[in-house]
Design a protein around this ligand. Structure first.
Ligand code: OOG
Ligand code: MG
Length: 257
């Protein structure tokens, strides 16, 4: 039997993103399982690297029950971040470049020296230089923001853009900081970093382990998004979004009108 057409599927997803045009789900039709879906994700990222983008980090997805329930997929997943996805703190995002963008509040880690593959992270503060509040913008390339597990993995876990707020040294009590998402000054989501696998530090262990299975090693200097602590909300044109993490401060962005 011939396997799925990895590059062809990546091209469909890449064009959907480039043209902000939703496509139907494709995993069932093309016979993608989880491993094949990560191969598609690799090809989709290669397409970005081929046009000059740089890998700058890794993001985790579905590390909280709120997120799993929102999208109906209950496995932890990971995707890649490139330099062009980063929006400066307080910057404006051109929402017309996206299909149906959503925002979610996250915690980011700035990676330091990481252990050899297969070895556990010993001291978290050796592996992570700093932490920051963050906003992730996700934009599923699938119609109605609806997908299966292999579909969302192939689509680089809906990654679209991200904002990182100010970096701080790793604070005490990182496993239970309050998290808010505000739109135009109104609180729309409330959570805690405890929602992220019980402790967001666990997201790093999972990222190292799961990405390692596919030959991807996290690098010093990379940004790591641990996953949203709350459900995501639609990003509407002309709005101002803030993610507030207790003791860490705020990440913010403006959606173009
Ligand atoms: C998948 C990406 C999930 C998170 O933080 O849980 C994610 C999606 O919801 O479309 O980024
Ligand atoms: Mg996310």
């Amino acid at each position: 039997m011939i396997g799925p057409d990895t590059v062809g599927i990546a091209e469909r997803l890449g064009v959907a993103a480039d043209t902000a045009t939703a496509i139907p789900q494709l995993a069932a039709e093309t016979g993608l399982d989880v491993d094949a879906a990560y191969a598609v994700q690799t090809a989709l990222i290669q397409r970005r690297l081929d046009r000059g983008e740089r890998l700058v980090g890794l993001k985790m997805g579905l590390t909280s029950k709120a997120k799993m329930a929102q999208v109906g997929v209950d496995e932890v997943i990971w995707g890649r971040l490139t330099d062009t996805m980063r929006v400066p703190e307080g910057g404006t995002l051109d929402v017309s470049a996206f299909i149906h963008p959503r925002v979610e509040p996250e915690v980011a880690f700035l990676l330091d020296r990481l252990p050899e593959p297969g070895e556990p992270v010993g001291d978290f503060t050796d592996a992570v230089r700093a932490v920051a509040p963050a906003i992730e913008v996700i934009d599923s390339r699938y119609a109605n923001f609806t997908f299966s597990l292999p579909d969302v993995i192939a689509d680089n876990t809906s990654a679209a853009a991200f904002v990182i707020g100010p970096w701080s040294p790793v604070p005490d009590g990182l496993d239970n900081l309050g998290v808010l998402l505000e739109i135009d000054g109104r609180v729309t989501q409330v959570g805690s970093t405890a929602a992220i696998l019980g402790d967001p530090r666990r997201a790093l262990d999972e990222g190292i382990r799961l990405a390692g299975r596919h030959g991807v090693r996290l690098r010093e200097g990379w940004v790591f998004l641990a996953g949203a602590a709350t459900a995501a909300v639609p990003l509407k044109p002309g709005t101002h979004v803030r993610a507030v993490v207790e003791n860490l401060g705020t990440a913010s962005l403006r959606a173009s009108a």
